[in-house]
Each structure stands twice: as C-alpha cells, then as structure tokens.
Design a protein around this ligand. Structure first.
Ligand SMILES: Nc1ncnc2c1ncn2[C@@H]1O[C@H](COP(=O)(O)OP(=O)(O)OP(=O)(O)O)[C@@H](O)[C@H]1O
Ligand SMILES: [Mg+2]
Length: 326
C-alpha cells in the first residue's frame, strides 16, 4: 500500500489558561488521507475545527500545545518542531492553509505579484525576479487566462471579489503543497461565487497541483458538492466519519442528525423542510466531561449516556461514536 499523504493519530490539543487550567479543544482525532481525497469537517462554532487545523500543520503557538498524538505528511512527522521550522519547511511547501476570512486578507498596499513573489522567496533561495515572474504568469494563467497579467499587476482593491478569491487560492498553492486546508473559505460568499471557488479547487486537484484537501465549514450540505468524505466534530472529538453521501443523506449519530436538521437544505424533497435549531450549547472544554459529550443535548440520550464514554466504532459502514445509533 502507498504511504498516505496525511496521517493523523490520536491527536489531542489544549490551550493553557492562567492558574494551570486547560481547554481541551481537540481530543484523540485520528484519520488518514489518500491522494485525491477531499475531507470535509463540519461542526458548530467552538467545537475545535480551527484548533485542529493548527495541529494538522504542526503549528503550536502558545497558548496552544499538543497533549499527544502524531501528524505525518508524506511520512514525515510535524510534531516536536519549532514554529520557525514549520513556517520555513512545512507551511506553503507541504501543507498550505486558506484561513477563515482569507479572501479579504490580501495586503492592500502590495500588488498581487509581489505578495505571491514573497511566498516563493520565503521558501526558495536564490530565485531571481525574472524567473519568478514567468512562473507566476504561468500559474495565474490557469486561473485567469488572458487576464493573468492584469491580475498580477493589480492591487487587491482593484480586483473583483471573485478575482481576489482566486488570487488567494493561487498564492496558497504556488508551491504545490501535498495538502491544502481551507477553513471556512466560502462562508460569507454568495452561492455562485462559492461554485467558482469549488470548481477551482477541483481543477487544481485534477491538475496535480495539490494532492489532498481538508475543507472546513458550518454549511454541512455544501460539503456534499465538495468532499468525498465528511467528519463531524463535536466538543473536540470526531463523532461520525463516512462518505459525503452517508453523512448528508443517512446520518447515524444523533448530533449529525441534529446538525443536518438545523440546516436549510436545497436537496430534492427537502426544500419545504423547516430547519430545527439544536437546543442548548456545546459543553465547556475546560473541565473533564464524563460520558458522551453530546448527552446533555441529545434527544435520544439514555441515563447511562451521561457516564459511559463512547468510542468511535464501525457502524453501518462508517465510524460512529454512539452505542445507540440507529
Ligand atoms: N487562544 C485560545 N485560548 C483559549 N481557548 C481557546 C483559544 N482559541 C480557541 N479556544 C477555545 O477552543 C475551543 C475550540 O475553538 P475553535 O476556534 O477551534 O473552534 P471552531 O470549531 O473553529 O469554531 P468556529 O466555527 O467558530 O470557527 C473553544 O472552546 C474555544 O473557546
Ligand atoms: Mg474556526
């Protein structure tokens, strides 16, 4: 079997607070990714998605610390490395991140070509301006065709929103990373712009510019159009992981069902369905949670759910963290 592009084994992460307190933002997350895979991760606000992203890049900036586990990109571990080492040798080169709100985050005082040239200069020594320019033009032609030169020579403010989005993705993938992680890249975008961004992601994957992608969003139904597989996160844990169709059309974990029920859906036969909000809020991650983390909000919880820890196990051809899933 080939080495997976990405391997995550029992990754746990915490934030250190004052007086020795900790927030256990991510607990025992494990998964692997093969070339061509797009994994969607969804869950409510505060469930640990962005924290997990930092862990997946090996980027630990206080107050965030690893509590255990391992992350490997193409067989190489990202744990126990300094932020300087990770920034120089891993970010952009092996794992590239399109952060939350990135599409408005281009430095307004610099032209797109200078922002992009900085990424190359930061990772490759001794490349001259002329060869960088040729390379940028070639890459941007993939996204912009004959407008590539115009976009590269523009300041972000001179571009349309769509051009800015494509520029951010173009810059994030310049160095052909193994993995791209997009944290809510399309939230706050209208549907037609979302479609453009998603098409571009597929084009890049098909062109072999990157090998795998993690796509994080609140909008679970959107993931069906983007991801092959989906993991649902709740209170720092994966509670269900399966194919996109399994998760969207036949969720098994009560939380996944509640999350799907809370979304507006444009799927056939579901357009008249009213979304139902999930009552209550996720538990605090600052203290130990006995039993199932969703039990306090779960509509089908039994008394034992509050004390019995649930493991992620195979059920109905996917992983589910609930002994009573049906
Ligand atoms: N710097 C920090 N210090 C302490 N706790 C933090 C810090 N950043 C995040 N947290 C906590 O970690 C948990 C996970 O937060 P995280 O931002 O990873 O969630 P998220 O799923 O990305 O949420 P959203 O959907 O709103 O982006 C939350 O309980 C949050 O309050
Ligand atoms: Mg987040």
């Amino acid at each position: 079997m080939t080495t997976p592009v990405f391997e995550v084994e029992n990754l746990s992460l915490h934030y250190r607070l004052r007086f020795g307190a900790k927030v256990h933002a991510v607990t025992n997350v494990s998964f692997t990714m093969q070339p061509g895979e797009i994994l969607g991760i969804a869950g409510e606000s505060g469930c640990g998605k962005s924290t997990l992203v930092n862990g997946l890049m090996g980027l630990f900036i206080p107050p965030l610390y690893p509590s255990g586990g391992d992350v490997k990109v193409a067989g190489e571990s990202l744990m126990n490395r300094t932020p300087q080492d990770i920034r120089k040798n891993v970010l952009s080169r092996k794992v590239s991140m399109i952060p939350q709100g990135a599409f408005n985050a281009l430095n307004p005082t610099r032209r797109v070509k200078d922002i992009a040239a900085d990424v190359i200069a930061a990772h490759e020594h001794g490349v001259d301006r002329a060869s960088t320019h040729v390379r940028l033009l070639e890459r941007f032609k993939l996204f912009f065709g004959k407008d590539a030169d115009h976009v590269l020579n523009s300041y972000p403010i001179q571009l349309t929103a769509g051009e800015r989005q494509r520029s951010v993705i173009g810059i994030s993938t310049l160095l052909n990373p193994e993995m791209v992680i997009a944290d809510e890249p399309t939230s706050a975008l209208d549907v037609s712009t979302q479609k453009v961004v998603i098409k571009m992601i597929f084009d890049l994957l098909d062109a072999g510019i990157f090998k795998t992608m993690i796509f994080i969003t609140h909008e679970l139904p959107l993931l069906r159009h983007v991801a092959n597989n989906i993991a649902i996160m709740y209170a720092g844990e994966f509670v269900e992981k399966g194919t996109a169709d399994q998760i969207v059309f036949a969720p098994k974990h009560p939380y996944t069902k509640a999350l799907m029920g809370a979304m507006l859906s444009a799927e056939p036969g579901q357009k008249d369905r009213k979304p139902i909000a999930i009552e209550g809020a996720p538990p605090s991650l600052a203290k130990e949670i006995p039993g199932c983390r969703f039990s306090e909000r779960c509509p089908v919880a039994r008394p034992e759910c509050r004390t019995k820890i649930q493991e992620l196990r195979m059920f109905s051809d996917r992983l589910v963290r609930c002994d009573y899933a049906e």
